[in-house]
Design a protein around this ligand. Structure first.
Ligand code: IPE
Ligand code: IPE
Ligand code: MG
Length: 262
């Protein structure tokens, strides 16, 4: 369970800020990037690590506090065994190579997802990296690995029941058990690679997130591309159910609470 819980976007209206506090990204298009260059798909995954570095740097520069990256979905096990194994090795190699630098830069590292299918060595490395960076607060970097949005909701419900909960399951009771309870809900979701779908990413947490889709393939996504997404976010009007008129500064925005709602 998290040390701190955040208000849910469906229970109260989060404060609007020009820069998103939390950005969640589906890093898609690595295979197509490589294929376009007559290279094996996995070359795109290797190259994608550079985009991860660029986006982390830009998040720190822009004051984004939480960055969540979808690295491997619970459905990605359906890929050819060699590609799955390459992705696991790339994860291990990148973690070994980058963790000291992440720590130096004040980045807190976490992994969400069902780690029970990963080998013990990788799980140990992840836990060590999480422990080492636990005191950092410049940027909270979360990697979603063997993650699925439905798995997250179900593990949350199971954890809640295991805690001895009796009676109705409410949002307030459930959300502390979801795997991202330590972060506010994403303000901005980015998917590269041209597909316009959620692919079982943060289903619960994306309830009121601004969605941004770009055709840019993940290995081509750089700091400037990230800034474009942030600029698009800055132009959005986040109404959370209200009307535009209610958002004008002179308007009385006090909402009339419905039964059981904040
Ligand atoms: C995303 O790129 C990376 C992972 C899913 C691990 P893809 O590998 O899905 O690339 P495309 O969509 O086939 O181009
Ligand atoms: C989503 O990408 C998962 C990750 C980026 C890790 P996919 O490329 O696997 O998504 P689908 O299968 O095309 O929806
Ligand atoms: Mg893909």
């Amino acid at each position: 369970m998290a040390e701190k819980t955040f208000i849910s976007s469906t229970r109260a209206i989060p404060e609007g800020e020009a820069v998103p506090r939390h950005v969640a990204i589906i890093m898609d298009g690595n295979g197509r990037w490589a294929r376009k260059r007559f290279m094996p798909r996995v070359a795109g995954h290797s190259r994608g690590v550079e985009s991860v570095r660029a986006v982390i740097t830009r998040c720190i520069e822009r004051g984004v506090r939480h960055l969540t990256l979808f690295a491997f979905s619970s459905e990605n096990w359906r890929r050819p065994a060699e590609e799955v194994s390459f992705l696991m090795q790339l994860f291990v190699r990148s973690l070994k190579k980058e963790i000291a630098r992440l720590h130096e830069n004040g980045i807190r590292f976490r992994v969400i997802g069902d780690l029970s299918r990963f080998d013990d060595n990788l799980v140990c490395m992840i836990r060590d990296a999480e422990a080492m960076t636990a005191g950092n607060a410049t940027l909270e970097l979360t990697i979603a690995a063997n993650y699925g949005g439905r798995w997250d909701i179900l593990q949350g419900v199971n954890a809640l029941m295991a805690s001895g909960h009796v009676g109705e399951i409410t949002e307030d009771a459930l959300t502390p058990h979801l795997s991202m309870a330590y972060a506010p809900e994403p303000d901005l979701f980015i998917r590269t690679g041209g597909e316009q779908r959620i692919s079982n990413f943060l289903l619960w947490q994306l309830a009121y997130t601004e969605l941004y889709f770009t055709d840019t393939l993940w290995p081509d996504f750089d700091g400037d591309a990230f800034d474009e997404a942030i600029a698009s976010y800055g132009r959005r009007e986040r109404r959370f159910g209200r009307t535009s008129e209610q958002l004008r500064p002179e308007a009385d925005i006090t909402n009339v609470p419905r039964k059981g709602h904040a």
